[in-house]
Design a protein around this ligand. Structure first.
Ligand code: SF4
Length: 343
């Protein structure tokens, strides 16, 4: 296994980094409203072939720390050098290679692991098409800009949200005829999948989140697992194998066997699942404790790497490859161990 992948897994296990104020950062931290670092500032780092995005903590006692010397940046873990020759990656809009835009920054679905605020919480105005186009045009000249992705919380209903995402995809496609566009959505009406495709999306992510049905019921009380699986199957018909993905979050009480069962079932449908370790923070800690009866522990680097090996073998057996994706998390590679790229 590549040493850089082992180092990346160790950093993903901790999930956060302390950056002393005397360090001269080449770019600003990004503040995400969706994804594992939602609600906190974060920086992305690259070393060798590995990329990792870490939340920035103000705790000077944090286990992971950035250092700067005349030779460049390095990362320390528990006071010991972990990686030298680190590059700080500028983030286009949330991700280093793409504008990943979140339209609606509140959600009624109540999923326990999610850091997005529920109804009534203070949040930014929904993202307008004009603003999205402006963000994309500002970032389009960035040398690493290569894709757009759109997601959204559900402020009122799944169908209204999908109408907004589809309109946004259509508008972006009209201005950028050749750019890969990813859409991350909940699907209740399978006809929406065709509408996403016809509007110009090239890839789609429909999250199953966790494999055991009992856990799904506890963690996603507003959602329907059977419909989600049916939507994934339909999405493969519409978008094709290797263009449909879904998050499978680990560290919420499932066993390795559950994860393997999920990976196999999804890959057999032609879906390329993304294994993501749960990140626990102030925005989801209490919700997770309520749903699961206890706050889950961190997912260890060893477990992430073992699941990654299994994940790669299952994809290979089903003729699937994370390298077929041009948008969203497989092309970004910051938050997860990505088979084929990392191991
Ligand atoms: S891996 Fe996915 S969630 Fe993480 S920064 Fe990249 S696009 Fe965002």
């Amino acid at each position: 296994m590549k040493e850089d992948t082992v180092r990346k897994a160790k950093l993903l296990e901790v999930g956060e980094i302390f950056i002393p104020k005397e360090i001269d950062m080449p770019c600003f931290a990004s503040r995400s409203t969706a994804g594992p670092d939602a609600g906190s500032g974060a920086h992305a780092f690259e070393f060798g072939s590995a990329r990792v995005k870490l939340s920035v903590t103000k705790d000077p006692e944090a286990r992971v720390r950035l250092e700067q010397s005349p030779g460049g940046f390095s990362i320390l873990l528990d006071g010991e050098p972990l990686v030298e020759g680190v590059r700080v990656l500028p983030l286009v809009a949330h991700a280093p290679n793409q504008a990943f835009l979140n339209i609606g920054q509140e959600c009624i679905m109540g999923c326990a692991f999610c850091a997005m605020p529920g109804p009534g919480a203070e949040h930014a105005e929904p993202l307008s098409a004009e603003r999205a186009l402006k963000i994309i045009s500002i970032n389009a000249s960035h040398p690493s800009f290569s894709a757009v992705a759109i997601t959204s919380g559900i402020p009122e209903s799944v169908s209204a949200t999908n109408d907004s995402i589809i309109d946004m995809v259509r508008t972006i496609r009209a201005h950028y005829p050749a750019i890969p566009i990813g859409a991350e959505a909940y699907i209740e009406d399978p006809d929406d999948i065709l509408r996403f495709r016809e509007a110009g999306a090239t890839e789609i992510k429909i999250n199953i989140e966790t494999w055991p049905s009992e856990l799904f019921r506890k963690l996603c009380p507003g959602r329907d697992r059977v419909r989600t699986l049916a939507a994934l199957e339909k999405a493969v018909e519409v978008f094709g194998r290797g263009h449909v993905t879904c998050n499978l979050i680990v560290g919420m009480g499932e066993t390795d066997r559950d994860v393997a069962d999920g990976l196999k079932a999804l890959a057999e449908l032609g879906v390329v699942p993304n294994v993501r370790a749960i990140r626990i923070g102030p925005l989801n800690r209490a919700k997770l404790e309520k749903a699961l009866g206890a706050v889950p522990g961190k997912v260890t680097a060893e477990r992430l790497l073992a699941l990654g090996e299994q994940h790669r073998k299952i994809l290979e057996k089903n003729g699937l490859d994370t390298g077929t994706f041009e948008t969203m998390c497989f092309s970004c590679r910051c938050c997860d161990i990505v088979p084929m790229a990392d191991l």
